[in-house]
Design a protein around this ligand. Structure first.
Ligand code: HEM
Length: 403
């Protein structure tokens, strides 16, 4: 008998990432059993893995592929991009693509960026501090990581409104072919923009990551299409995620003024607090997607070959088997082995950078904006219409400081 016929199919809520609290749904799913059948927003059915230990095991299992081309079109996520990047390839292509850029993102190289990230944070706050009010997302959480990834890649910061519009369109949850067409058009515009930038770099050497990629020696040479896919991935991943981490982290602190004051007084507490923001309400809840290339068993469930499997890092990070009081925010939590950055070969390339940006960014906000308080009732806050989880805006007030 078909294994799938034995399962209830849970419809994936259309508004999951926009709910004030999406975790009851994820917790209920985990309580229904470690691996559940879900119908995603575009209609594709998939298996959703919700326990911490199963997410770790599945993310390290070579029979689970990251490459949607290895399964029939009907088993893929609606709107899967046609051009592969490291995120959607397996070894050996994944190894080759990742190796070319991994040196720029090591803990040591990223640590070298700390003074520049700190300087950028100060520059962004200088015009904000005299006003006494701000939108922490638009005025800070968004431009900080965008400025950093632009400098790293060699993409003009001045073009941010254009490329952010495209990446927002690309990350909207896809429910039908009309939505896919809009997202594909946005991807096309972003690819065309980056292809032109890369052509310029081929003519005129620039000292940045994209410049290095186009002038790499023969054995490291990427096709033009691969360089553009790499640029799209790094630009989108580099700025759609950390903005959410800083925004959500600040919301969680605004709800806890005493804890916020303690973090301002002792910046050494910021590192563990950022880890807890990642665990408690990180930017990627259900975004780690795999495809079975053989029959595999996960959490006691046999999954046939050729199926989509969603590893829910959001559900795993609230797993009571792994975390004590998982639904409580414990800013100095010890043993915080969350999976917010994934696990295995595809572990987030930008994890060290995201951590540094969040620690420096939140540290600067607490230092420079005394008396921070929400400027809007919490039930009026809106979350972004995106497959990632993040606030649309976070209006605050504070004591104006004129230097
Ligand atoms: C809080 C911020 C971030 C979170 C929560 C996050 C989360 C993740 C997750 C869960 C994955 C694994 C995907 C998978 O296994 O399929 C991933 C991969 C990746 N992330 Fe991040 N990310 C963040 C920031 C960044 C930044 C700042 C960059 C900058 C370049 C970045 C670049 C990448 C890349 C290139 C991959 C693909 C790695 C591979 O396939 O080998 N991420 N990220």
């Amino acid at each position: 008998m078909d294994e799938r016929a034995l399962h209830d199919v849970h419809p994936f809520p259309a508004d999951l990432e926009r709910r004030p609290d999406p975790y009851p749904w994820l917790n209920d799913l985990r309580e229904a059993g470690p691996v559940q059948r879900v119908r995603l927003r575009g209609g594709t059915e998939a298996w959703m893995v919700t326990r911490h230990r199963d997410v770790l095991a599945a993310a390290a299992d070579p029979r689970l592929s990251s490459d949607p081309r290895r399964v029939a079109a009907g088993a893929r996520l609606l709107g899967t991009p046609a051009s592969p990047s490291m995120l959607t390839t397996d070894p050996p292509d994944h190894t080759r693509l990742r190796r070319l850029v991994s040196r720029a993102f090591t803990a040591r190289r990223v640590e070298g960026l700390r003074p520049r990230v700190r300087e950028l944070a100060e520059e962004l706050l200088d015009p904000v501090t005299p006003h006494g009010h701000a939108d922490l997302v638009a005025d800070f959480a968004f431009p900080l990581p965008v400025a950093v990834i632009c400098e790293l890649l060699g993409v003009p910061f001045a073009d941010r409104a254009f490329f952010s519009r495209q990446s927002t369109e690309m990350l909207r949850p896809q429910v039908d072919s009309a939505g896919v067409a809009v997202a594909e058009a946005a991807r096309g515009r972003l690819r065309a923009y980056l292809a032109e930038l890369i052509r310029d770099k081929q003519l005129r050497r620039t000292d940045d990551l994209l410049g290095d990629l186009v002038t790499a020696g023969e054995e490291n040479r990427l096709s033009d299409d691969e360089v553009v896919s790499m640029a799209v991935l790094l630009l989108v991943a580099g700025h759609e995620t950390t903005v959410n981490l800083i925004g959500t982290g600040m919301l969680l602190l605004l709800r806890r003024p005493l804890r916020m004051a303690a973090l301002r007084d002792d910046p050494a507490l910021l590192g563990p607090a950022v880890e807890e923001f990642l665990r408690y309400d990180g930017p990627v809840m259900t975004g780690v997607i795999r495809y079975t290339t053989a029959e595999v068993e996960i959490g006691g469930q046999a999954i046939p070959a050729g199926e989509m499997v969603v590893l829910s890092t959001g559900a795993a990070n609230r797993d009571p088997e792994r975390f004590e009081h998982p639904d409580e925010l414990v800013l100095d939590r010890r043993d915080n082995a969350h999976v917010a950055f994934g696990h295995g070969l595809h572990f987030c390339l930008g994890a060290a950078l995201a951590r540094l940006e969040a620690v420096e960014g939140i540290g600067a906000l607490l230092r420079r904006l005394p008396g921070l308080a929400p400027a809007m009732p919490e039930d009026e806050l809106r979350w972004r219409p995106s497959v990632l989880r993040g606030l649309q805006a976070l209006p605050v007030t504070f004591e104006p400081v004129v230097r």
